[in-house]
Design a protein around this ligand. Structure first.
Ligand code: CMP
Length: 227
């Protein structure tokens, strides 16, 4: 998709007219990242905004032992890098490509002058940031109030939002590895494997190699997540 066409589909830029979209396309560049490539590092300086054209990225934080916690998985039309752009502080998280990813990049000065000319872009930005706080609050709630099985179920159901609906259930995307589920749920890969085995034995999910199908989405909510 051409730069301007992509920008038109990004919710952040949905209020821009043709002329503004053209100016924005001119001011932005395109960058390609291979699967597993680090795009941004937590604590690094930076002020570029990224808008995902194609692919998926993982946003995560790490402790000193290198243990990782996944904050979000972002895909086409989503943006990242806005926090350092806005407050001038170091990057709040590390962003890694989960698959081959192409993103448009915008420099701070160009983004701020865009907002200056089109204040609705700032409103859209606030809307998305409000949504991210809601998701983060809900994640905090799950971490504080759920046991490890509940947290893993919560992560499975989050990933199901991106899955393919089949007559049997929801097929999770292939990038949903046991390690990713562990890093999303604050636990180890071994615990995830054990828990998935239990959920399979109890008929909630079906596992075939690396493929996971959620068979009883509603029951998972009811049995593990009503808190
Ligand atoms: P920035 O701090 O510049 O660099 C890391 C980026 O990760 C950050 O901007 C946001 O775009 C993104 N990010 C940080 N925390 C979250 C979160 N909880 N949900 C989604 N994206 C996030």
């Amino acid at each position: 998709m051409e730069g301007k066409e992509l920008l038109r589909m990004v919710p952040l830029f949905s209020d821009l007219n043709e002329e503004e979209l053209g100016l924005l396309a001119q001011a932005s560049s395109s960058a390609h990242f291979c699967k597993d490539q680090v795009i941004l590092m937590e604590e690094e300086e930076g002020s570029t905004l990224f808008v995902i054209e194609r692919g998926k990225v993982k946003v995560s934080v790490q402790d000193r032992q290198g243990r990782e916690f996944v904050l979000a998985v972002l895909g086409q039309g989503d943006f990242f890098g806005e926090m350092s752009l806005l407050d001038g502080k170091p990057r709040s998280a590390t962003v890694v490509a989960l698959e081959d990813t192409t993103a448009l990049t915008l420099r701070r000065g160009d983004f701020l002058s865009l907002i200056h000319r089109n204040p609705w872009v700032a409103v859209r930005l606030l809307e998305e940031m409000a949504w991210r706080i809601r998701v983060a609050d809900s994640k905090m709630k799950s971490l504080a109030l759920l046991d490890v099985t509940g947290r893993i179920v919560y992560s499975l159901l989050q990933m199901a939002e991106d899955g393919v609906r089949t007559p049997d259930g929801v097929l999770l995307p292939s990038r949903v590895t046991r390690q990713l589920l562990a890093d999303m749920s604050g636990t180890s890969r071994e615990t995830v494997s054990r828990t998935l085995g239990r959920l399979r034995d109890e008929g909630y999910i079906c596992i075939s190699g690396r493929r996971i199908v959620i068979l009883k989405e509603k029951q998972l909510w009811e049995d593990f997540l009503l808190f």
